[in-house]
Design a protein around this ligand. Structure first.
Ligand code: UDP
Ligand code: MG
Length: 352
């Protein structure tokens, strides 16, 4: 039947139960994870009471060098099922998010960080926009960015200016990775096979009904951020080259402008030589001209190289991540039980 065929394409992967999977990428988060999990469990317990929604959390250990995996495996499955996926090495946050997305079992997917910066109290609001207002993508943005350095602000501004330059679909500025996807939006995101992933861009690109929620991120609960200027620049180049050909257009535009300038300059020189018989002095201008041309060409070759590298890695089509260990601990539904020791029966090793 035509109609159902069209419908099924947009809906959740077959077999996905209605419910919410919370995906949490973790890289060296052992120190804060128990506290995070306790907060999350509290928020989820309230949510379940209000809406009766099945909820699970998927911790993706992204090749941590501390004992994040052991800590995650020891977390109690009190109000929610706990999946722990351990990647074979550190693949980066984007890959960890994909691993969580692909293993989420409950339809809607919510992404949040493990460091306590994304408040679990907000989950209720995000779920409300999904279930009550019918939005497919509920994304959050920092309400204030005054605490960031001017250099950072300028960098972020330039990045979005370039990414969104003449783009048919603009990626919202300031949007973070803390976001909820409805089952059909999550299914759409799963169908995007690219190896070079820029999650914020992809999650916005899929379309559907999207809404922004402003919030105040808390300071990191422990440890320090794994981002620095150089990794942010890396992610920016990643995002730019996988979302826009603006840099290539810029190269053509720059080339045209320089050619036009050269033409005008040449005519002026020719005119001066022929009419006034002056030959142009100007060794310095020659050198500067050469240097400008040379550097512009090198930069543009570098940009071309970025795109060629991207084509190469897509062409190789390597998996985005490998799973080393995968366990599932299902919630004990018997709330009245005074002690809930983890019996071997509610812990499954899914892949190892
Ligand atoms: N993270 C990850 N793999 C990495 C780096 C970070 O899974 O290679 C996780 C990290 O554990 C945290 C989230 O991504 O849950 C955000 O990282 P971080 O707090 O360092 O970034 P920031 O909040 O400063 O953007
Ligand atoms: Mg953080």
């Amino acid at each position: 039947m035509m109609k159902s065929g069209l419908r099924s394409q947009a809906e959740a992967s077959p077999g996905a139960k209605a419910g919410l999977s919370i995906v949490v990428p973790c890289f060296n988060e052992a120190a804060g994870l128990p506290q995070f999990h306790a907060h999350l469990t509290e928020a989820v317990a309230r949510l379940k009471e209000k809406r009766g929604l099945p909820v699970e959390v998927v911790y993706v250990d992204d090749g941590s060098r501390d004992n994040t995996l052991a800590v995650a495996n020891g977390l109690p499955a009190d109000a929610l099922d706990v999946q722990v996926i351990s990647l074979s090495r550190n693949f980066g946050k984007e890959a960890a998010l994909m691993a969580g997305l692909e293993n989420a079992r409950l339809g809607a997917v919510l992404f949040m960080d493990a460091d306590g910066q994304h408040p679990p109290e907000l989950i209720d609001t995000l779920v409300g926009h999904w279930l009550d207002d019918g939005y497919d993508v509920v994304y959050t943005a920092k309400a204030h960015r005054e605490n960031e350095s001017p250099l950072m602000r300028a960098g972020v501004k330039t990045f979005y200016l370039l990414v969104n330059w003449r783009a048919r679909h603009k990626i919202p500025e300031d949007a973070g990775d803390f976001r909820l996807l409805s089952p059909r939006a999550a299914a759409a995101l799963r169908r995007m096979p690219e190896r070079n992933r820029f999650f914020k861009g992809l999650a916005s690109w899929i379309g559907f009904k999207q809404i922004r929620v402003d919030y105040e991120p808390a300071p990191r609960a422990h440890g320090k951020t794994s981002w620095n200027y150089s990794s942010l620049i890396g992610l920016s180049i990643e995002g730019l080259t996988s979302f826009s050909v603006a840099p290539l257009r810029l190269a053509s535009l720059l080339g045209l402008m320089m050619a036009a300038a050269a033409l005008i300059f040449g005519i002026i020189i020719l005119y001066e030589t022929l009419v006034y018989g002056q030959s142009v002095p100007g060794y310095p201008s020659l050198v500067i001209g050469l240097m400008v041309l040379g550097s512009v060409q090198l930069i543009m070759i570098g940009i071309l190289g970025e795109y060629i590298g991207k084509i190469l890695s897509e062409q190789k089509a390597r998996p985005i991540y490998f799973v080393a260990e995968h366990t599932l601990k299902t919630a004990d539904e018997d709330e009245s039980a005074p002690t809930r020791h983890e019996s071997a029966s509610n812990v499954q090793i899914l892949r190892g």
